[in-house]
Each structure stands twice: as structure tokens, then as C-alpha cells.
Design a protein around this ligand. Structure first.
Ligand code: ADP
Ligand code: GN1
Ligand code: MG
Length: 351
């Protein structure tokens, strides 16, 4: 605590620090809740292994949050250091945000309406980003949702099999290998222009949005680290991957894990309602496939990290990444058999 306290005190925070404690369920940054005599803050040790250029990353965040604030939209408020910098850059990098009070994040959808609200909020967020000058953005992680490239990384981790773990997950490995011919569609569409390149959030899981604790309405989209050019299918798909499931991302009992098409519908109602004016027919057609793609991509990323010795995602126990990979594979395989029904839902909402 005392180290963290001295770090917190290098920022323009109000009051005396009373307590600093780990907070939230993020997989990438170390998130701490700082309580002072006056208010609360979120302090994060930034993951500079994942985000190698923290200066550009924070410039993106400052640019986007200023853009949103100018439009009266609630967003993260970056608390500067006492030297007037947007983050502390030493051996480790830290940043501080105001804690957005009276909000909650969900690790699992408990209420259809809340999920629909999150869809509306992510759709509206997409619209605000469309007004943002993309040339001001740095690509914080190259080829972030380039699924064929993620597949190449997966195969490299498998070939190395550093810890001899491949023998424990042969079925999961086969599933990922056997679906190779389904990975290219979005990247091909972006390349040949049949899908528009937009500015997207790229990490639209439900715990990256703060919902009002009383009303369940969306208050603020957070975790702005991966805002960069991408496809709308990434944002829609990643939300479905995480939220349209009957269980948490790391549920161990696979019998509890199912793709819930009614939750898909709830999210689609919120999201498509918000992007109706800008979504292209091809994007609309691919929303079901995009959901599958983001799910299987995440599954191969978890599995690759398991094979590589858990160096990327934060884990709480030895086979945490394998457990996560299994839920994603289960969901992807259930989605695959429901493309037709999902497509009909989208057409109905957009007509
Ligand atoms: P990661 O990149 O590791 O996912 P996030 O930025 O998403 O880190 O933060 C992790 C969690 O901390 C979020 O899911 C949310 O619950 C909480 N959180 C982050 N920023 C704030 C904030 N400004 N106010 C309230 N809660 C926050
Ligand atoms: C990570 O940062 P967080 O925990 O919101 C990851 C996402 C994955 C997600 C899986 C920068 O999201 O891409 O989909 O875990 N973020 C990064 O839960 O890799
Ligand atoms: Mg997060």
C-alpha cells in the first residue's frame, strides 16, 4: 500500500489517501481503487507489455474523452500527474481516473434490459467515434482483430508447446484447427472494401461499460485502450461473445454454458437501433458471423496463452485460460448452428 500511496500522491488527487485495494475483473491492467478523505479514484498500472507505446495510448484516450466531453457525454476523466502529464512514466506506468460513482459492471448478463441498454450505448459510442478524426489515432495493438493472424499466433504457440500442455487440450486444439477456413471473412471484406473501416472500441465486453446502479441505464463506456480503426463487426461480435451466454466467461461447468439467442436479440435491438442510419447491408448480413468470429478468436487467444504459459491474460489459477477457452469454443459451436435464426432476428429489427 505504501508504494501505491506514494504513486497516487504524484497525481492531482483531492484529499488524503485512506485505502488502496485491487478492483474489478479486467484481464490486462492492474486496477486499484484509491479512496481518499474526499473521493474515490481508479489507479491503473498500465500493461506496457501489451501496450508498448503508452504515450500514444494515453494521447488516444485524452483525444477521445475530450471529444466525448465536448458533446456532453459522460466518459473517463483522466487525472493528470502533479507535473501536468496524463500518466506517470517511470519503470512502470500508472494512470488515474475519477471513479465513476453509483455505477456497476456485470460479469454476466442478469437482466435482458440491461444488456439491451449496453447494446444501445455501444452503438451510440460507435456513432460518436464516427465523428472523430481517425488520423489522430495511433493503432495501439497492431492486427488486434485480424483473426487469421491470431490463428498464426495460435499455431506458433502450439508448435512450441512450451509447457507440454497441448496433450491436455487435444479436443480444443482440434476445434480451432478444424475451423481455419472460417477465419478470413472480415479481414477480406476490409481489404476489398466490401466492409467499411470505422473507428471502433474493439473490446466491448459488458464489464467495459458502467451501468447506473439504480436504473440499469448505461452511463459510460470505459477501457478505451483499444480504440482504433476496425470493423463494426468486432464491436457487435465481442459484446455477443461475452454477454449472450448463460454463464460467465470462466464458468468451469460447461453444462451451464450456452449461447442464448434471446440475449442476442436483446443486444441487437439496442445496438442496431443506434446504428440503423449507418450500418451497411453487408455489415448487417455479417452480424451473426461476426459474433461467432469474435468468440472463436477469443477462444484461440485464451488457448494460445494457455499453451504459451499464461503470459498475456491475468489468471487466477493454473488452467484458468483453458477454462476460458472452453467456454468460448462451446459458445462458438452453438452460434455456428444458429446463423439462420440470428440472421432473421437482425433482418426483422432492421426492416
Ligand atoms: P482492463 O483493461 O484490465 O480490463 P479496465 O479499464 O476495464 O481494465 O478496468 C477494470 C475494471 O475496473 C472495469 O471492468 C470496471 O469495473 C472498473 N473501472 C475502471 N475504470 C473505472 C472508473 N473510472 N470508474 C468506476 N469503475 C471503473
Ligand atoms: C481483455 O482488458 P479486458 O479485460 O477488458 C482483452 C480482450 C479480450 C478480453 C477477454 C487489450 O479485455 O481483447 O476479448 O480480455 N483486451 C486486450 O475477456 O487484449
Ligand atoms: Mg476491461
Amino acid at each position: 500500500m505504501s508504494d501505491y500511496k506514494s504513486i497516487a500522491n504524484r497525481f492531482c488527487i483531492e484529499g488524503e489517501v485512506l485505502e488502496i485495494a485491487p478492483y474489478g475483473e479486467g484481464h490486462i491492467n492492474l486496477t486499484l481503487l484509491v479512496t481518499t478523505t474526499k473521493k474515490r479514484y481508479i489507479m491503473q498500472k498500465m500493461n506496457t507489455k501489451v501496450f508498448a507505446d503508452p504515450d500514444s495510448l494515453m494521447a488516444n484516450i485524452c483525444g477521445v474523452t475530450e471529444h466525448l466531453k465536448a458533446r456532453g457525454i459522460e466518459t473517463l476523466n483522466v487525472v493528470p500527474t502533479k507535473d501536468g502529464q496524463p500518466f506517470l512514466k517511470e519503470t512502470d506506468c500508472y494512470r488515474v481516473y475519477d471513479f465513476i460513482e453509483n455505477t456497476v459492471t456485470y460479469q454476466k448478463v442478469t437482466d435482458r434490459e440491461v444488456f439491451k441498454n449496453s447494446g444501445k450505448a455501444f452503438g451510440e459510442f460507435q456513432n460518436y467515434l464516427a465523428e472523430f478524426d481517425a488520423s489522430k489515432l495511433t493503432e495501439t495493438i497492431k492486427r488486434f482483430h485480424d483473426t487469421p493472424n491470431r490463428f498464426a499466433d495460435f499455431k506458433a504457440a502450439l508448435a512450441e508447446d512450451k509447457l507440454g500442455r497441448a496433450k491436455e487440450c487435444q479436443d480444443e486444439i482440434s476445434f480451432i484447427l478444424n475451423h481455419e477456413n472460417t477465419y478470413g471473412l472480415v479481414m477480406e471484406g476490409l481489404k476489398d472494401g466490401s466492409l467499411p473501416l470505422r473507428v471502433t472500441h474493439n473490446d466491448t465486453k459488458l464489464n467495459n461499460i458502467l451501468m447506473d446502479a439504480k436504473t440499469g441505464a448505461a452511463r459510460a463506456v470505459i477501457d478505451l485502450d483499444t480504440i482504433m480503426p476496425g470493423s463494426m463487426l468486432f464491436d457487435f461480435g465481442d459484446s455477443i461473445r461475452f454477454g449472450a451466454s448463460t454463464a460467465a466467461e470462466d464458468e468451469k461447468d460447461l453444462n451451464k454454458v450456452h449461447f442464448d439467442i434471446d440475449l442476442f436479440k436483446a443486444y441487437a435491438e439496442g445496438y442496431c437501433g443506434a446504428v440503423k442510419a449507418s450500418i451497411t447491408p453487408r455489415e448487417a448480413e455479417l452480424l451473426p458471423y461476426g459474433s461467432y468470429l469474435m468468440t472463436i478468436e477469443c477462444g484461440m487467444r485464451f488457448l494460445a496463452d494457455y499453451l504459451a504459459g499464461d503470459t498475456y491474460f491475468a489468471t487466477k489459477y493454473a488452467d484458468h485460460n483453458l477454462v476460458r477457452a472452453r467456454t468460448q469454443i462451446r459458445l462458438a459451436s452453438e452460434m455456428e448452428s444458429q446463423f439462420k435464426e440470428m440472421g432473421e432476428i437482425i433482418q426483422e429489427i432492421l426492416k
